[in-house]
Design a protein around this ligand. Structure first.
Ligand code: AHR
Length: 493
């Protein structure tokens, strides 16, 4: 292959890209739920049954397939019964994990299910293993899904919901190696076996059970869980965040150096190694790949914005984050035989968010636009793609200049997503297309003039998709000029 050449063979199919890879995560953390999504029915911010309309409308555009809630670390301290019944009677508690603020439980099971309905997203509930009982978990499932007479179903009906909800995805604990109970893998595997026993399928509601997975590269955790409990799980979660400076001093979201750009790109590419190595262990116990890898927390996590509550994890979002998101998706696609879901952390106002709000104002982040541009890959058929590009080696960090993926939609349109990770140089690619007759190619591009170009409440459209003009059809190939730090999605038909 020549340098800067991409060969796409649309006759070689690589399996469906599960739309759930485009999933989200909303935790009771900072202004993620309260203010960001839930403002209450009496708010002066226009809302539908308490959910703010501006955020809702913007999120609908993304076709969010699945939404994880209520945590995160919050999940293993959450007692669901505090969050049902008349709101004025709900228990006020302390959100001990996130800032020690009052949690009034106004956003509970009914409100979450309503939000999922409004978004057209499947609910993914994280149950409490760390500080909750087996009974509490089993009663929650009964409350949500039992269609008949039972104490929990009767209570749900009393609380205004006659028909049970459909609830497919259920996580049995979260980060049980850490905030979810500081357990050893052996101990958690035993607890997982026990708790999941009582996560029942009622009627035709079939639950996809997700076991709490490893901390980043804790391969032993995966080994032990698979060895002891593979037959009792449908999915195993994996969490990995890009912290440019490490967990203690993560680095700033906006004011960062070139070296921090480089380390961010290298750490983004690390997701590929992680998935590969955890998959290899899973293959040993599950060669048919029945069990999905569920990357239910990922994203770039920086220091909080100066002056904001350190427990609220509020950070800005730049073109760097957009590239981090695009590269993650290309990696997830590459592993579509094993990765069946991924949930970015988090949806609004927390870590690598889609949307930031300030009072009644809101803005769409560069990351939002990547989710929007890439949604064409949801449930599409991945096709073979070979890529030959330079490797960047700068400031002691190494990463490829370009990341790419291609898929065929049901109507036959081919979509190619390309990220130029290079902060300074553009790149010209020759894309050879095999197995497809086409007459037109169009595209959109997201880029910024600086490494840290961002959207602000005063200037919310600084980073937004534009029509891509750096594209030429030449016989059976496309010539594509990718500017530095850009994301491009091309549609070919
Ligand atoms: O997303 C923020 C936190 O990161 C989650 O609560 C926890 O699961 C992870 O450590």
């Amino acid at each position: 292959m020549k340098k800067n050449q991409v060969i796409i063979n649309t006759d070689i199919h690589k399996g469906t890209i599960n739309k759930n890879i485009y999933g989200h995560f909303a935790e009771h953390l900072g202004r993620g739920i309260y203010e960001g999504i839930w403002v209450g029915e009496d708010s002066s911010i226009p809302n539908t049954n308490g959910i703010r309309n501006d955020v809702l409308e913007a999120l609908k555009e993304l076709h969010i397939p699945v939404l994880r809630w209520p945590g995160g670390c919050f999940a293993d301290e959450y007692h669901w019964k505090d969050g049902v019944g008349p709101r004025e009677n709900r228990k006020r508690m302390v959100n001990t994990h996130w800032g020690g603020v009052v949690e009034n439980n106004h956003f509970g099971t009914h409100e979450f299910m309503m939000l999922c309905d409004m978004l057209g997203a499947e609910p993914y509930i994280s149950g409490n293993v760390g500080s909750g009982s087996v009974k509490e978990m089993s009663e929650w499932v009964e409350y949500m899904t039992f269609d008949g007479e039972s104490p929990m179903a009767n209570w749900r009906i009393e609380n205004g919901k006659k028909e049970p909800w459909k609830m497919k995805y259920f996580g049995v604990g979260n980060e049980n190696w850490g905030c979810g109970g500081n357990m050893t893998p052996e101990y958690y595997a035993d607890l997982y076996r026990r708790y999941q026993t009582y996560v029942r399928n009622y009627g035709d509601n079939q639950i996809y059970k997700i076991a709490g997975g490893p901390n980043v590269d804790d391969y032993n955790w995966t080994e032990v869980l698979m060895q002891k409990a593979a037959n009792l799980m449908d999915g195993l979660s994996v969490h990995y965040y890009v912290h440019p400076g490490g967990f203690e001093n993560k680095g700033q979201a906006v004011h960062f150096s070139e070296a921090e750009w480089d380390v961010s790109m290298q750490k983004t590419m690390y997701m590929d190694e992680l998935i590969t190595r955890h998959s290899t262990i899973m293959d040993k116990y599950d060669p048919d790949k029945r069990i999905g890898m569920i990357v239910d927390e990922w994203g770039a996590w920086y220091d909080v914005e100066p002056g904001t509550n350190p427990g609220f994890l509020y950070q800005q979002n730049t073109i760097r984050d957009a590239i981090i998101a695009g590269v993650h998706f290309n990696i997830f696609h590459q592993h579509n035989d094993r990765v069946q879901m991924a949930n970015i952390a988090q949806m609004v106002n927390v870590i690598q968010a889609m949307i930031l709000t300030e009072g009644d104002k809101m803005l769409l982040t560069p990351t939002y636009h990547v989710f929007d541009m890439y949604k064409v890959h949801q449930d599409a058929e991945r096709v073979a793609l070979d890529l030959h590009v330079d490797t960047i080696q700068e400031n002691g960090f190494t990463y490829p200049q370009v990341s790419a993926s291609a898929s065929k939609a049901q109507d036959g349109t081919l979509h190619i997503s390309l990220c130029n990770l290079d902060k300074s140089n553009s790149v010209s690619l020759d894309i050879d297309l095999l197995g497809i007759n086409y007459s037109q190619a169009t595209g959109s591009i997201l880029t910024g003039s600086e490494m840290n170009t961002k959207n602000t409440f005063d200037n919310p459209d600084q980073v937004k998709p534009q029509v891509f003009t750096g594209l030429k059809i030449q016989g059976n190939s496309l010539k594509v000029d990718l500017p530095s730090k850009s994301i491009v999605v091309i549609a070919i038909s």
